[in-house]
Ligand binder design. Sequence first.
Ligand SMILES: *[C@@H]1O[C@H](CO)[C@@H](O)[C@H](O)[C@H]1NC(C)=O
Ligand SMILES: *[C@@H]1O[C@H](CO)[C@@H](O)[C@H](O)[C@H]1NC(C)=O
Ligand SMILES: *[C@@H]1O[C@H](CO)[C@@H](O)[C@H](O)[C@H]1NC(C)=O
Ligand SMILES: *[C@@H]1O[C@H](CO)[C@@H](O)[C@H](O)[C@H]1NC(C)=O
Ligand SMILES: *[C@@H]1O[C@H](CO)[C@@H](O)[C@H](O)[C@H]1NC(C)=O
Ligand SMILES: *[C@@H]1O[C@H](CO)[C@@H](O)[C@H](O)[C@H]1NC(C)=O
Length: 591
Amino acid sequence: MDVLSFLFICCKLVLFLSESSFASDTITSSQSLNDGRTLVSKDGSFELGFFSPGSSKNRYVGIWYKNIPVKTVVWVANRLNPINDSFGFLMINKTGNLVLTSQSNIVVWSAYLSKEVQTPVVLQLLDSGNLVLRGEHDGDSETYFWQSFDYPSDTLLPGMKLGWDLKTGLERRVTSWKSFDDPSPGDFIWAIERQDNPEVVMWKGSRKFYRTGPWNGLRFSAPSLRPNPIFSFSFVSNDVELYYTFNITNKAVISRIVMNQTLYVRRRFIWNKATQSWELYSDVPRDQCDTYGLCGAYGICIIGQSPVCQCLKGFKPKSGGYVDRSQGCVRSKPLNYSRQDGFIKFTELKLPDATSSWVSKSMNLKECREGCLENSSCMAYTNSDIRGGGSGCAMWFGELIDMRDFPGGGQDFYIRMSASEIAKGEPTTKIVVIVISTAALLAVVLIAGYLIRKRRRNIAENSRETDQENEDQNIDLELPLFELATIANATDNFSINNKLGEGGFGPVYKGTLVDGQEIAVKRLSKISEQGLKELKNEVILFSKLQHRNLVKLLGCCIQGEEKLLIYEFMPNKSLDSFIFGLDPSNLKIFS
Ligand SMILES: *[C@@H]1O[C@H](CO)[C@@H](O)[C@H](O)[C@H]1NC(C)=O
Ligand SMILES: *[C@@H]1O[C@H](CO)[C@@H](O)[C@H](O)[C@H]1NC(C)=O
Ligand SMILES: *[C@@H]1O[C@H](CO)[C@@H](O)[C@H](O)[C@H]1NC(C)=O
Ligand SMILES: *[C@@H]1O[C@H](CO)[C@@H](O)[C@H](O)[C@H]1NC(C)=O
Ligand SMILES: *[C@@H]1O[C@H](CO)[C@@H](O)[C@H](O)[C@H]1NC(C)=O
Ligand SMILES: *[C@@H]1O[C@H](CO)[C@@H](O)[C@H](O)[C@H]1NC(C)=O
């Protein structure tokens, strides 16, 4: 160290020591923070200071939890430019910028100001973990000249935004540390793709690694987080902003999401007070099927299958053998690329890569179909928003990649097919059976409709009938209620391999209960608007009526959004009796 810089440091130290005491969460423009001193947020949640990661001797300015014994750094200022001694200073310079200097007053890092600064400014560490540069007199107003939340390191904290400020072009992405000892940006990145149909993606270097699927108004197409009591989350996409954010419902819960370069996994943690350690809440990617494009074009990944990669219906492996990333699948029947083509509906799908897709919020599903048919490069379409029965239009152009079977979470998706492929899928040989079973069904439905009307009258007359009594009635009729887990287990998680077919009311799956009983499961997920009790009652009525005419109803399962009817599976019964057989939603027509 030369004399000059030594003097300079002494000077700074003197300046520092001569300062009057300052609020511990704030420094003003006349103050600075040297290595060894820290700022602590008002409620004591977070601390800002100098630190050395792992076994490194380099010094960095960072933010970590103050009230957690395991030192967990959530943000680093000078990721790229460490200080190699303990003479770092963090201060607000004359023009109101936040600068970090090493010895000899070399600026190793400075804040990139988004706005013209009006001095005087102060630097404050907020209880959220956000470090902000604001006007000294701006108090609690959330207009900052700069904030650390706009420049994430490897961690997303509650309230932080992942994504874009479309007005300024600022992109907030989360990047792993290079290693345990080195906070400089690694090659594992979490970001939002700014495209017509935006998606949250993860990159491993320049290679796409994982995607959530587009936002559908409620959630991502293949959500890593479902509605739950701990976290709330939202995705905002408008003219000025495009971001994902999450919150903690209970302020006492401490949680973070971190990109882990060692494991190439994005981990969500919750602090466990009892064990005084971070508890893993979830990992992304979750499984093999989350690997981007694993099954190639027109391949679908189905967890639980072996191999996991299959071809979509109407497609076959390109290489003849098994399906992989490089080969994928090709059409069994070529397209006409005209209005001659049609579409096959797929359900519970993680929608494919939306890089070349296009969205219109004003078009409905029918217009969407027409638009897609008209454009020879349009390969698929669906609603862009699934709320309230679905609205808007999203079309996909070119090859479809990165789809997975996502039971209970995926979406409907309409894929372009040649007319001959569609014709092939339609039942032609079973028409007679359908006619017969439909006639039987009609008869039963009429009787049931009558009974229900009669029953409703009874209920109306006896208005004092309580819920409890209804419950008792269930037991009287001995219609077993199955656990969703039981049925999921029996059908191999509603595996596409076990799918017998698809009726107007949803898909039908074959399954085997643990005791060996073969079952057929009809999944009525689309009629969720129907009242629970109503559905139960109708199902119960049917269980009494229908077994002689059609297949035997073993029970039902109503859990969350899932509504399942479980029938005895009879191999020599026509599939159509399961598919077109009695369905409680028919009753609406007659009652
Ligand atoms: C520390 O960094 C300074 C400036 O970046 C450099 O001149 C010096 O040689 C470094 N010292 C050591 C021990 O690496
Ligand atoms: C304050 O820091 C910024 C960023 O390094 C720099 O552009 C500006 O010139 C500095 N102002 C003064 C007065 O040194
Ligand atoms: C999260 O909480 C903050 C502060 O309570 C609030 O401003 C923000 O809107 C919330 N965000 C979400 C997605 O709930
Ligand atoms: C990544 O995971 C490894 C192994 O569990 C762990 O040692 C390391 O600290 C993690 N890194 C981060 C940044 O959490
Ligand atoms: C498309 O269908 C029309 C009418 O059937 C036929 O004339 C034409 O050859 C077909 N084109 C292709 C590319 O199959
Ligand atoms: C099909 O749509 C794409 C994307 O919107 C567009 O670029 C292309 O010109 C359209 N092609 C036709 C024939 O309309």
